[in-house]
Design a protein around this ligand. Structure first.
Ligand SMILES: [Zn+2]
Length: 118
């Protein structure tokens, strides 16, 4: 695996996209249905989210299209946002690449629909 510090942004976005496809295939294989929401975010949108306390960082990975918010449904649960229900998906995501982080594991601001690559 190429050292991610030597990759271009485009190369990282390609790996991120490929891993997102694997995450969705895995989620479907264990009974979830998936709705991709926000991926890329403008600086203006990020400033608005900070102002509205919907985000805690000015350096969101969404600004580089290296994060995706995905709503999962399963059976009658909609959307599945409980950390316990999504933990297997978070673990799978973090196993796909050493730079992958799941928002359900964030210390200061749990964000279960959020999957990112650093
Ligand atoms: Zn997000």
């Amino acid at each position: 695996m190429k050292d991610s510090r030597l990759m271009t942004l485009g190369e990282k976005q390609e790996i991120f996209t490929s891993n997102l496809a694997k995450l969705i295939a895995y989620a479907e294989s264990i009974g979830f249905r998936c709705r991709i929401r926000e991926v890329e975010r403008t600086a203006y949108q990020q400033e608005e989210y900070l102002r509205l306390a919907k985000s805690k960082t000015p350096n969101s990975r969404h600004l580089k299209a290296l994060a995706a918010d995905i709503y999962f449904t399963k059976g009658s649960l909609y959307p599945v946002e409980l950390k316990g229900a999504l933990a297997p998906l978070g673990s799978y995501w973090e196993s796909l690449h050493p730079d992958n982080r799941w928002g359900g594991n964030f210390k200061d601001f749990q964000d279960c629909p959020h999957f990112e690559m650093n």
